[in-house]
Write a protein that binds this ligand. Structure first.
Ligand code: AN0
Ligand code: CP
Length: 324
């Protein structure tokens, strides 16, 4: 693994899940592998789970950490080629990224989409420029269009809890007060399409995800039909991809309720968090045994740990080929 930006960077998804579950049993099995190496975690946006779980994962592997809220504490960064920098951006990514590469052996980046320029967001201009200019392995901590560490943790959770070899997994859109990225549902779809599950997506009209993420998933506008016999309900709001970044619907009828959970095969309720109670999902569901959101968030550690380990192994192999 060279970078971790999408499911395509996982050579063997099932092997990653298995290895992550092993780390859950023996968190310190590789506690010397990161000795004398440093991981940088750079946040352009807020985070609780990604920041803490990735820190914990890196610590379990013996790495040192540098964590920075770059948009708050760093210089304003320019990403445009050929920009005349006489505005409020003090530094270009062409200097900033390789400088960060001088201090860190692996770099994690969180950078949400603008939700205004679809082409720019879907070209992943921010994270791709870190890949291009840092000269170090880059881990997505949620980019404009994907959140792969979240999706890997989701798959680990499904593997732990599935009641049958090929469970029915439903991704349902739910209402929200703000326009949110498509990164979590895109990424979840991409990972579910690579897993052995019966995958269904349900959302109101106008919320179709980009076709490259939907893949072969079944898509329905009828939420109740989707919920029938589901083993996992994965709720998430996203803004429109077609009418880019717009909120088209806030109909509370799409909220996940206990009545709807009754249509399922006693499904587990999943959400990446943070979640707005009684907007996305009602209290009764989150406070019931259906909810596995805390276990799911806990699994973020093992997802991050297995990814960082793969990247470290590649660095070590390249530095000391005679060892292998
Ligand atoms: C972000 C999103 O929807 O992408 C982060 C989720 C992990 N959520 C919010 O901004 C509420
Ligand atoms: N699920 C998730 O990535 O949460 P944070 O935004 O708190 O990191």
């Amino acid at each position: 693994m060279k970078h971790f930006l999408s499911v395509k960077d996982a050579v063997d998804v099932q092997a990653l899940v298995k290895e992550a579950l092993l780390y859950k049993k023996t968190p310190y099995a590789d506690k010397h592998i990161g000795k004398n190496r440093t991981m940088g975690l750079l946040f352009f946006n807020s985070s609780l789970r990604t920041r803490l779980s990735t820190q914990r994962a890196a610590q379990n592997l013996g790495l040192e950490l540098i964590v920075m809220n770059v948009s708050q504490d760093g210089w304003g960064l320019e990403f445009a080629e050929g920009a005349i920098m006489n505005g409020n951006k003090a530094e270009h990514i062409k200097e900033a990224a390789p400088v960060i590469g001088q201090y860190c052996d692996i770099v994690g980046i969180r950078s949400f989409p603008s939700l205004t320029d679809r082409e720019d967001d879907y070209n992943e201009t921010v994270i791709n420029q870190f890949v291009k200019y840092t000269g170090r392995p880059i881990v997505s901590l949620e980019s404009a269009t994907r959140h792969p560490l979240q999706s890997l943790a989701d798959l680990i959770t499904i593997e732990e809890l599935k009641p049958k070899p090929r469970p029915k997994v439903v991704l349902t859109w739910a209402p929200h007060v703000k326009a949110l990225p498509q990164a979590v549902p895109n990424s979840f779809a991409e990972w579910m399409n690579a897993a052995d599950v019966d995958f269904v997506i349900t959302h109101p009209k106008g919320y179709e995800l980009a076709p490259e993420f939907v893949g072969d998933a079944k898509v329905t506008y009828n939420q109740e039909e989707a919920f029938a016999d589901a083993d996992f309900i994965y709720a998430k709001n996203w803004s429109s991809y077609q009418d880019y970044g717009k909120i088209l619907n806030q109909d509370p009828a799409w909220m996940v309720t206990m009545d709807k959970m009754k249509l399922t095969n006693n499904a587990k309720f999943m959400h990446c968090l943070p979640v707005r109670r009684n907007v996305v999902v009602e209290d009764a569901v989150l406070d019931s045994p259906h909810s596995v959101v805390v276990q799911q968030a806990g699994n973020r550690i093992w997802a991050a740990q297995v990814v960082i380990k793969q990247l470290l192994l590649k660095i070590i192999r390249e530095e000391s080929p005679y060892l292998f």
